[in-house]
Design a protein around this ligand. Structure first.
Ligand SMILES: [Zn+2]
Ligand SMILES: [Zn+2]
Length: 615
């Protein structure tokens, strides 16, 4: 068994133990064990063979027994016993947001409800209200959770799926006879959530492609459907896989058709028809050229006006990962991060970035160990020390300060003045009316000490909807006060949504692509924000190089107020955005870095909410 499979079993054991009402320490041991196993640098099988599993921190005697049993027999007796004690459909209910094992246990024991459908009906019938520890509010929340669950079924985060999509593509490309093969559909467009994996292939015999697909670990239900010239399968996480077979001469057209949204493909087809062009080409670019258009990158093929922009020569230029020179919005162990300040700075350097903005949580965020004034001073002293030790990465002193319910910031001005930059974020009272929430955020944006707005709508993809807020008003306020709006690149957030970036750009809003990293690994999230950046850079601004254009807009000059500590400038040449603080210029040479590997982040069914960054 792979470590991922083992971690899945351990997590399910933890969940079922909790459902059974077992000792919380035992439950915790299994859920911690799952995380430990998944983050091991090597496969547990190797450790078991060498007898070293016990030396791993977080693996006690019981865990060692379970993992050894899983590795040697492929099953766990405890897991099987627990599974037998509950109906399988109960596990589906674990994925309903806001419904933890304790509540689930009560509902199951007292009402005999054991499936999502039954639970929805019980809510409608008002049967949860009388349960101990429940009330009308809880019932309402659970019902909302069920609706959300149903809406999100079949959807997956891009970041959770890309790794398995890549392994399928690699297998297909390695098949004898294959001339071309690429991702298509939502994956190629880098959509924030995807429903399936789609590929287009030219060359190769169907039978050898089937064979290659069967060779990918955990890919199942592989089937050739000759009538539609398609191979279908199920990915390791159960996503539908569809592979379109075509000949090389038509590859460009088939790939284009399978990539774009329906609106994009229809609009393009109409253009081609109007010009009397038969769109059969090996190369996509040639088809766009035949339609009288420049090449439109897959990320933009949404039918959101990109054809008109391309026609008028105003197509935005995508930001390339190597053009981002540094990161803001990172957390350390001072608040809820898992790495030390020094580790974060070192990881930043290893990724080739030239600066890092540290921004732990502010004092009101007690759940995230937010910083009181004495700890701010301690952190600033540590920053100075680490800066001395690692002079080639510029460290900026920042804070992610809560926007309080009335729109005030979480520290008095004299404290805010000690930071190089201030990210203002909403972490509480998501339930305000649209009017109040909008006023609250706009007031924060008017604060002269605020540099940028963090995760502006508060959404967690497939898990929590955005709060009610008039984003147009918010973006207008950001523009009016010269504030930066974050593009939070954490794949669970991707907030500001790309659909709003066009409007923001029109208003002159500046962006910063931030990882909101809570670990060194989290720094690698920056490229996920790339898709949002399509509206950030534009040839309209007359810049010579895309990097220059992108950076001027992304990391923008913002030094209007006297309190604006961070000024981000762009060098004469593209690719260098050296942050300036109080006229101190970073002396590091222009760095570049390649796209960091995408980290697999699978959402755990029952840990969906708790496994997300706390804030
Ligand atoms: Zn944060
Ligand atoms: Zn936050």
């Amino acid at each position: 068994m792979t470590k991922r499979e083992i971690a899945d079993v351990l997590e399910e054991i933890a969940f079922l133990l909790e459902l059974k009402g077992e000792n919380p320490f035992k439950v915790k041991a299994y859920s911690t064990g799952a995380r430990v196993i998944e983050s091991l640098p090597e496969e547990p099988t190797v450790l078991v063979q060498k007898g070293l599993l016990r030396n791993v921190k977080g693996i006690g005697q019981t865990l060692e027994g379970t993992v050894t049993e899983l590795v040697t027999t492929g099953r766990s007796t405890l897991h099987q016993e627990l599974q037998a004690a509950f109906p399988a459909s109960l596990l589906d209910m674990a994925a309903i947001p806001g419904l933890g094992p304790k509540k689930l246990k009560t509902i199951y024991e007292q009402l005999g409800v054991s499936s999502v459908g039954e639970l929805e009906y019980a809510c409608v019938e008002n049967r949860l209200v009388g349960l101990p520890g429940f009330g009308a509010k809880t019932q309402e929340k659970i019902l909302a959770g069920i609706r959300q669950f149903k809406r999100h079924q079949g959807f997956h985060l891009y970041a959770n799926v890309i790794e398995e999509a890549e392994s399928i593509l690699v297998a297909i490309r390695g098949t004898p006879g294959v001339v071309h093969a690429d991702h298509a559909g939502e994956i190629r467009r880098r959509c924030e959530v995807v429903q399936g994996i789609m590929l287009v292939v030219a060359g190769g015999q169907p039978q050898s492609l089937v064979h290659a697909l069967r060779g990918v670990p955990e890919v199942t239900q592989v089937e050739h459907q000759p009538e539609t010239r398609t191979l279908v399968a199920r990915s390791p996480q159960g996503l539908p896989v569809s592979i379109k077979l075509t000949e090389a001469a038509a590859y460009g057209w088939e790939l284009l058709r399978a990539t774009g949204s329906q609106d994009h493909v229809e609009a393009l087809t109409q253009r081609l028809q109007a010009r009397g062009v038969v769109p059969r080409s090996e190369i996509e670019k040639a088809i766009y050229a035949a339609a009288g258009l420049p090449y439109i990158p897959p990320e933009m093929r949404e039918g959101h006006g990109e054809i008109e922009l391309a026609e008028s020569g105003r197509l935005p230029v995508l930001l390339e990962p190597g053009q981002i020179q540094g990161v803001f919005h990172t957390h350390t162990i001072y608040s809820d991060g898992s790495a030390t300040l020094e580790q974060m700075v070192e990881a930043t350097r290893a990724l080739g970035y030239r600066y890092i903005g540290i921004s732990d949580h502010s004092q009101s965020a007690f759940y995230a160990n937010g910083l009181k004034e004495d700890r701010i001073r301690a952190q600033h002293a540590e920053i100075a020390a680490v800066q001395k030790k690692l002079p080639d990465v510029r460290i900026f002193k920042g804070i992610e300060a809560d926007i309080l319910v009335d729109g005030a910031m979480d520290y008095p001005d004299e404290v805010l003045a000690t930071f190089d930059f201030v990210i203002a974020s909403v972490h509480s009272r998501f339930n305000l009316s649209e009017e109040d929430q909008t006023k609250r955020i706009c007031r924060a944006l008017a604060n002269p000490y605020v540099t940028m707005l963090g995760h502006s709508t508060g959404r967690l993809l497939l898990s929590r909807d955005a709060y009610r807020v008039d984003m147009k008003q918010v973006l207008e306020a950001a523009a009016a006060h010269g504030k930066i709006v974050e593009i939070n690149a954490n794949p669970h957030r991707l907030d500001l949504d790309w659909r709003l970036c066009g409007y923001a750009k029109e208003k002159g809003v500046k962006f910063s692509v931030n990882p909101d990293a809570h670990s060194t690994e989290g720094l690698a999230d920056v490229p996920f924000g790339r898709r949002c950046c399509q509206y950030v850079a534009s040839r309209r601004h007359g810049c010579q190089a895309p990097g220059h254009a992108a950076l001027t807009r992304v990391l923008s000059p913002a030094a209007s107020g006297s309190c604006q500590r961070v000024t981000l400038t762009c060098s004469e040449r593209f690719g260098v955005a050296a942050p300036q603080t109080r006229a101190v210029r970073s002396s590091a040479p222009p760095g570049s870095h390649s796209l960091p590997p995408l980290h697999r982040r699978r959402h755990r069914r029952h840990l969906l909410d708790s496994s997300l960054p706390a804030a």
